[in-house]
Design a protein around this ligand. Sequence first.
Ligand code: GLV
Ligand code: MN
Ligand code: MN
Length: 444
Amino acid sequence: MNRREFSAALAAGLLSPRFTGSSRSSRGWFAGRAPTVNGERLNRHLAELARFGANPQGGVTRLAYSDADLQARQYVLGLMRDAKLSATVDAAGNIFGARPGSSSALKPILFGSHIDSVPEGGNYDGNVGSLAAIEVAQSLGEQGITTRHPLQVVIWQNEEGGLYGSRAVSGQLTTEELQNVSRSGKTIADGIKFLGGDPSRLAESRRAKGDIAGYLELHIEQGGTLEREHVDIGIVEGIVGIKQWEVTVTGFANHAGTTPMDQRHDALLSAARFVDAVNRIVTSVPGRQVGTVGRMQAFPGAPNVIPGQVVCTLELRDLDYAKVDMLYSRISTEATRIGNENETTFAFHMLHENVPAPSDPRVRGLIAESARALGLTTKVMPSGAGHDAQAMATLGPMGMIFIPSVGGISHAPKEFSKASDIANGANVLMGALLKLDASSMAVG
Ligand code: GLV
Ligand code: MN
Ligand code: MN
């Protein structure tokens, strides 16, 4: 068995990890081989979590604040108890599982992800990082390893709706946003209550810059780069900025049989031209920026009525926030022009924004070292998907670890990552966590 095969077998849980260091503090293990998680148990837990909100296509619909979300959170709380974490729900509805460190004077290291999904999503987005974080904590306990820093495993609420839980903690969530209506049909405020939080005491969940010693998140790549290039681990250099708007197009609803074609104020016709304009404008400049109209509803919505109103969304993403603003400005100018053509109007209401976040270069280095120690190959890459890590980057040093997504499919039932890649990612997370704990970087 060569080194790579050995690493793969170890990662898949086929070999039992043997701890060879003489000390079981997080500093001591550098002398021996890196401690690893139980990959078989982690993958079993992932399969069990997939039951909550399972849909016939093979993925999950586990919208934030739905019954499936609540049930999945109960399941995760049980895993936290098994991992000997002391679990609490903060005022924003996030779940924290705490594990003491040897020095309570030090600030905590946070690591985790989310378990809510998009409609008709997959079983890996968020779930891998959430359950891997719990698995790391359980493995630390089983191997008798005590970190210097207190650890907090965190399961963020409503990541998919716009990082609501993590932005509450970073102080970026505005009071107005509490009235936004989530995909579950509940407002954010009601959703937080549903999860056991208290929106009137949101300030209690807030942390200030420097309140955390660091944040780590393992996630599936959600694109096809790692698989295509046969790379085991992605090291995220930065996470794109995202702005989302609700766009209301107003025309005039009228009889579809008696209103001549040149006398219509058809809101859906304007909306269709708007979709095309977004694509044209976003692709008119070089770069990796993306723009999407992902949801649209026409009112009153009958075959024989000209649509009088359309409500749709606009989302723009790029690592360079100035570019997002430039594209938005061009798109809104074009929308006004489109509206004028048939006397319809466009109104934009910003739903939320996730500011772009570079990862901490020192944490990137620790992730690279951790992967190298396991014989895994790495690639530094940007994230086109949004993550709670970008809110945490405003509070302390942040790092993200990616594992390959088969076929680059995500936000869809066919989303899939291999069991061995999941275990690899969890092992890299564990290594990076211990290195961060031992490093002079995580001093606070
Ligand atoms: C989160 O998954 C996002 O990128 O929208
Ligand atoms: Mn995610
Ligand atoms: Mn997602």
